[in-house]
Design a protein around this ligand. Structure first.
Ligand code: UDP
Length: 238
């Protein structure tokens, strides 16, 4: 028998990279479908789920491709790219029978809803997954900060970051064989050791609002559900 969820409402942050599968760029719909299935399993536990998805698989404001484009403009392009990822995830969640709404921080009302905090809360209460698109709506920020911001605004019990590895390491475990994995960290340790898990503004906002961050692998089957039950293999930052 599976134990009951530890959290009532969570926000899952996925980077765009996680949606690429084996490709070097863009969306792999089999991967998006598989992750949608992981999200559904948590939804089916009765947990209210919010999503924030990045766009590193399509466009990053700081990327080489953007060097000849003014930074703020490139950042708006990155935010627009997150809307594409959000629509793809919405489509695959709905194909699994999960009702969803996309809300964009940059209004584009023919495509999705604009971000309206109280309306988003109502969607969650009515059993819909809400996907927050277009980051914070501001250049010079990241979708990590957007995830922390929306998690706080939605009164989430935890911010879950589904990454390519199973937690936070002292160095990139794919490059450095001596990298050490942490089970727990304080916000301060993440900031002072400059651990590359989320950017400093996301960590600072989480610390200020006592929002725990749980970092786990989105590619390990069942890991998201396990972490929501409080049983999963993850790094806890609190
Ligand atoms: N972005 C932005 N403001 C935000 C969120 C995102 O300007 O509030 C832009 C920024 O250019 C960023 C891009 O959107 O590089 C994609 O987001 P991010 O790099 O966070 O995606 P991820 O690394 O999670 O895939």
């Amino acid at each position: 028998p599976t134990s009951s969820p530890k959290y009532r409402r969570v926000l899952l942050k996925l980077s765009g990279e996680g949606l690429m599968g084996d490709q070097q760029y863009g969306l792999d719909t089999d991967t998006v479908e598989r992750i949608a299935g992981e999200v559904k399993s948590v939804y089916d536990m009765g947990v209210q789920v919010c999503l924030v998805i990045g766009a590193g698989n399509i466009f990053r404001g700081m990327s080489a491709a953007a060097t000849k484009i003014e930074r703020a403009t490139a950042d708006y392009m990155g935010m627009l790219a997150t809307v594409m990822n959000a629509l793809a995830m919405q489509s695959l969640l709905e194909s699994l029978g999960v009702p969803t709404r996309v809300q964009s921080a940059i209004p584009m009302t023919t495509v999705c809803e604009p971000y309206i905090r109280r309306r988003a809360v109502r969607h969650l209460e009515k059993g819909r997954i809400v996907i927050f698109a277009a980051g914070t709506g501001n250049p010079y920020f990241t979708t990590d900060t957007a995830a922390a911001l929306r998690a706080v605004e939605m009164n989430c019990d935890a911010l879950l970051k589904g990454t390519q590895v199973d937690g936070v390491y002292s160095a990139d475990p794919k490059k450095d064989p001596d990298a050490v994995r942490y089970d727990t960290l304080s916000y301060q340790e993440v900031l002072s050791q400059n651990l590359r898990v989320m950017d400093a503004s996301a960590i600072a906002l989480s610390r200020e609002n006592e929002l725990p961050i749980l970092v786990f692998s989105i590619h390990k089957e069942g890991a998201f559900a396990d972490v929501v039950r409080g049983e999963g293999h993850c790094t806890i930052i609190e």
